[in-house]
Design a protein around this ligand. Structure first.
Ligand code: HEC
Length: 161
């Protein structure tokens, strides 16, 4: 009987030692898989996803495009300044009216302009916009507005009397 007790006692000690070893191992294992490792794993996953992400996404609406590129949000308004009379003259009329090319009355030539001015502005305007003999409609610059043409006529008339 005392023999059995001894065996049970020894067995108890062995089991105790084994339990202790198991506890030590699990503590070590837990310390290895620490929070740091979990954070590192998450970081690595993020890096991988970052490397394999698509280069771009097609924006199919204005909102998407503006979200992707905030620069597009507010396009610079393009304000077209109206040309001054002198600018109209320099770009569209000067070629003939400064040189007298094709028989054009030169700007500043009072004698050449006197009888033309005498016709009245309405006639000058009509001849300048619709064309008159060697004078092409709007001087050949069809993009000019009536205001542009009138401004250039006044500019020439004012400098030729
Ligand atoms: C390609 C040459 C040419 C260009 C460019 C030109 N003109 Fe002339 N213009 C003429 C000629 C030539 C005449 C003279 C026509 C005539 O009486 O025989 C003339 C005449 C005129 C006359 C007088 C018309 C009249 O009744 O006597 C006016 C006003 C005039 N041009 C305005 C302009 C204006 C404004 C521009 C610019 C927007 C312009 N021209 C550009 C050739 C040109």
């Amino acid at each position: 009987m005392s023999e059995d007790k001894k065996i049970i006692g020894d067995l108890g000690k062995v089991i105790g030692v084994l339990v202790l070893i198991a506890v030590v191992i699990s503590v070590i294992a837990m310390s290895l898989v620490s929070d740091d490792d979990a954070a590192r794993a998450a970081w690595e996953e993020k890096q991988v996803l970052n490397r394999i992400k698509p280069l771009g996404e097609l924006a199919t609406t204005t909102e998407e495009a503006q979200k992707a590129s905030p620069v597009l949000a507010e396009p610079e308004p393009i304000v077209a300044e109206p040309m001054t009379a002198k600018q109209v003259y320099n770009t569209a009329c000067m070629a003939c009216h400064t040189t007298g090319a094709a028989g054009a009355p030169k700007i500043g030539d009072i004698a050449e302009w006197e009888f033309r001015i005498a016709q009245g502005n309405d006639v000058l305007f009509e001849h300048a916009t619709k064309g008159f003999k060697g004078m092409p409609p709007r001087g050949g610059s069809s993009q000019l507005t009536d205001e542009d043409v009138q401004a250039a006529i006044s500019f020439m008339v004012n400098n030729s009397q």
